[in-house]
Design a protein around this ligand. Structure first.
Ligand SMILES: Cc1cc2nc3c(=O)[nH]c(=O)nc-3n(C[C@H](O)[C@H](O)[C@H](O)COP(=O)(O)OP(=O)(O)OC[C@H]3O[C@@H](n4cnc5c(N)ncnc54)[C@H](O)[C@@H]3O)c2cc1C
Length: 371
């Protein structure tokens, strides 16, 4: 039986960022990924937005790690020439009720330490974005876009440079606590395998609740059950309608259908948000919903052709009837699982926050596991 120091389950952007960071000062780091390549699940199906941090309650992990991750991501992009654009975002309000919501976002963003926030009048907005017709907007200049694959390639390269090993087509199907760690078992390229690991970091995205349960935690009692929540995207044909990211004030479980340019300038609409009970990336929504939502603040959308693009599935801890739920990132030592770090519910802003999450996890290892 082989042994490892640290096993990371899952090679999405979070698992890879964690691997890159913890391998800086730990030997024997392994990443197990069930697919044939990294980044094929949520990390490859998202809006690719570097969020500013206005959307999350003060002192939540989402707020703290997003604001910190935003700064680190831009530094990484500059230093390692990862393509990005700091386009800025406008969250727009079309009536009094929505203007009140903007005030709340301004306060929350300021509390969270987001820099450069500014209100714009409808007139200011029209000057910047002639196709956007609104009452008022909140400008967040630190919002941007990047190519998630390029960010993951970077983390993977760093992890490899630090001698971490990625095993693809390697699915973890059992996780048992032993006297000095965990016995991690499963199938690797069609063969059964078993590895002893001192530390296990659960970065399994949509399956992270299953992994926590495999280890022996009562996931129902702990509130670790995930509710997959899908979002579809449509793409707008023709000359781009906007240059910046344009969002409505958020309603429901998502951020509202917004307009996001990609690195080529082409505009995607979405994602919407609906709960699903299976993982299937086929676009299921009707274009009418997208047009009607966006026409409230970009009336010209009714003249444009839009077509189905892609979808993503959020690993949400927030069920259909729940309010805000934070990321779970925790060493389960107080529950009798020394050396097990769970990352559950890493929905948005997990892409933005990934390098900050990696630092947070690395600190847990330094302070609580290595000591
Ligand atoms: C529609 C949508 C839009 C989003 N937009 C943004 C955005 O604009 N900005 C932003 O910051 N965030 C955004 N997010 C959130 C962001 O994409 C996620 O937070 C992030 O990708 C999560 O990364 P992850 O590594 O935790 O999960 P994943 O990318 O899902 O990776 C988990 C990995 O674990 C592997 N795995 C699972 N089970 C096992 C097992 N048993 N054995 C081995 N491997 C296993 C999976 O195959 C997978 O590769 C969005 C999410 C969605 C769904």
């Amino acid at each position: 039986m082989e042994s490892a120091n640290i096993v990371i389950i899952g090679a999405g952007v979070v698992g890879l960022a964690v691997a890159a960071k913890v391998s800086e000062n730990n030997e024997g780091v392994y990443v197990f990924e069930k697919n044939s390549r990294y980044g094929q699940e949520t990390s490859g199906h998202n809006s690719a937005v570097i969020h500013s941090g206005i959307h999350y309650p003060k002192n939540s992990l989402k707020a703290k790690l997003c604001v910190k991750g935003n700064v680190i991501i831009y530094e990484l992009c500059e230093k390692y020439r990862i393509p990005f654009k700091k386009l800025g975002k406008m969250t727009v309000a079309i009536d009094e009720e929505e203007v009140n919501e903007l005030d709340k976002l301004m306060k929350q963003g300021t509390d969270n330490g987001v820099e450069g926030l500014e209100f714009l009048t409808g007139e200011d907005v029209r000057k910047l974005e002639p196709n956007v017709e609104v009452e008022k907007a909140l400008l967040t200049p630190t919002t941007g876009i990047l190519e998630p694959d390029e960010l993951m390639n970077h983390f993977y390269a760093q992890a490899r440079k630090n001698n971490a090993t990625l095993a693809t087509e390697t699915e973890v199907t059992s996780l048992k606590q032993t006297n000095n760690g965990y016995e991690v078992g499963g199938t690797s390229v069609g063969e059964r395998f078993q590895v002893n690991a001192k530390t296990v970091i659960n970065c399994a995205g949509l399956y992270s609740d299953k992994i926590a349960s495999m280890a022996g935690l009562d996931t129902e009692k702990l509130g670790y059950i995930l509710y997959p929540c899908k979002g579809d995207y449509f793409r707008v044909s023709g000359k781009p309608l906007v240059k910046m990211l344009i969002y409505p004030v958020p309603k429901g479980p998502g951020l509202g259908i917004h307009l996001t340019p990609d690195l080529t300038g082409s505009i995607r609409l979405g994602p919407n948000a609906y709960y699903v009970d299976k993982i299937d990336y086929a676009v299921e929504s009707d274009e009418k919903e997208f047009r009607e939502d966006v026409a409230r603040f970009v009336p010209k959308i009714v003249e444009q052709q839009i077509r189905q693009d892609s979808s993503g599935i959020r690993p949400k801890l927030q069920g259909p009837k729940d309010g805000f739920k934070d990321f779970v990132i925790r060493h389960e030592v107080d529950r009798g699982f020394f050396g097990l770090i769970n990352l559950v519910g890493l929905e948005s802003p997990g892409l933005t926050a990934a390098p900050a999450i990696a630092e947070y996890v690395s600190q847990i290892i330094q302070d609580e596991i290595k000591k």
